[in-house]
Design a protein around this ligand. Sequence first.
Ligand SMILES: C[S@@+](CC[C@H](N)C(=O)[O-])C[C@H]1O[C@@H](n2cnc3c(N)ncnc32)[C@H](O)[C@@H]1O
Ligand code: SF4
Length: 476
Amino acid sequence: MSAPITAKLLQKYSHPIPRYTSYPTAPHFSDKVDAQQFEASLLALPNGQALSLYFHIPYCDTLCWFCGCHTKITQKYQPIAEYLLALKAEITSIAKLLSQQGKNYLVSHIHFGGGSPTILSPRDFADLMAHVKTNFNLADAAEIAVEIDPRGIEDEMLKALAVSGVNRISVGVQDFDPEVQKAINRIQTFAETQQVIDRLANLGVNKVNIDIIYGLPKQTKAKIIDTVRQSLALNIDRIALFGYAHVPWMKTHQKLILPEDLPQIEQRFEQAEAVSQYLQARGFRHIGLDHFAKADDPMAIADKTGQLKRNFQGYTTDSAPALIGFGASSISSLPDGYFQNQPSLPSYMQAANDGALPTVKGIILTNEDHVRRDIIEKIMCQLAISKPEITAICHKYNQPTNQLVAEFEQLEKFAVDGLVNRHADKFVIPPHMRAFLRVIAAHFDANLTPTSTVQLQNNQQTDTSPSHKGRHSLAI
Ligand SMILES: C[S@@+](CC[C@H](N)C(=O)[O-])C[C@H]1O[C@@H](n2cnc3c(N)ncnc32)[C@H](O)[C@@H]1O
Ligand code: SF4
């Protein structure tokens, strides 16, 4: 019989925990890691390396009060046009650097995140994409994904996306209930959302993810289920279900959300659980912590076959070992470490326009970091970890096994609460306990101290969103 999830259990594990879209997490990046080190790591990439590229567009035209992304609100286009010049300069600099040694790289994944990439004019989006294609070799089957805010998007933009080769979209929905929309300052009808998805499908762009958030102000179980019910009438393959990260001390505009309108932890849990049940009953596979995909979707297949990966976009099928992040605040993940760009827009633009790499911090991974990163990724993706896996990972990085095996054995302490079950040399997180997945992953986080749990991870990729989605949030 499975252990019940009580209010006491939820309270016990409700402290803020990283989302582990990277390990070590962004608060542990150091400003001692600079552009020179980033350059050396880029030059060390082996010939033929598959690359993944991320482009951050940190602008939106209206502010959603819940937003935790790295974005700036603007009604004018001039700042965006200027930003694009810097972004293109950064693309040119990195491509030039990579081509120096005559090596070849093939880009297998591209992701445009934000902010709202669809704030670009159709001509600028096409121009940016053309610039990327001039500077990098794209694999024929490369996935080119764009985050889309469907509000007010015009036909010309949809055509520009299709013509530029975009083949996957990630559409922000959040919640369709009018009362919730009012409380988050994001009015978005079902009809306009449907129209954007349908029009793009007619243009051949038919791989669709949507983002939904639980734990929003005024949200109830009935309302979020109604949002999911309506969403299933859209032609979608995947849903990312994020728990609202309320961090008003960091994102001060979130103070516009009244604390009394926010669901309590038990209600948050009920909402997430209800969505999971609802989607699974309708053929969706629950993947990792917070993603859902149709059974024949590549993400569901990657999950079934143990190929699922985790990066700044959350769960992904992208297996490229090197991800280069372009734009203010973007993070690159290279085989030897993480490198973050300047988050300040003026400083980023100045550096990029000067032909410099705008790296301001990062971390070079030690062998122990590599071991812990692989273990944490396995837990986050497979909901399980075994002693042979721990030993194999330690051997891969030439690390002694004793310490990590001892930590593995300590997982037993979570068994009393039902968070894990032991099967011989393996601990498994039962599916109904996946809400506590990050608690188990955090057990292997050597940097997590009681004080660091309240710091926030602030990376571009919204660490919720996915894209970029790296902030800490309540475990539930
Ligand atoms: C960059 S936005 C997506 C594209 C576009 N800007 C939009 O909102 O439609 C990425 C996603 O992050 C999620 N997100 C943003 N702030 C969040 C927060 N505070 N907590 C949880 N999820 C959040 C939302 O689901 C949002 O769709
Ligand atoms: S949720 Fe999306 S559209 Fe809203 S402010 Fe944040 S990045 Fe912009």
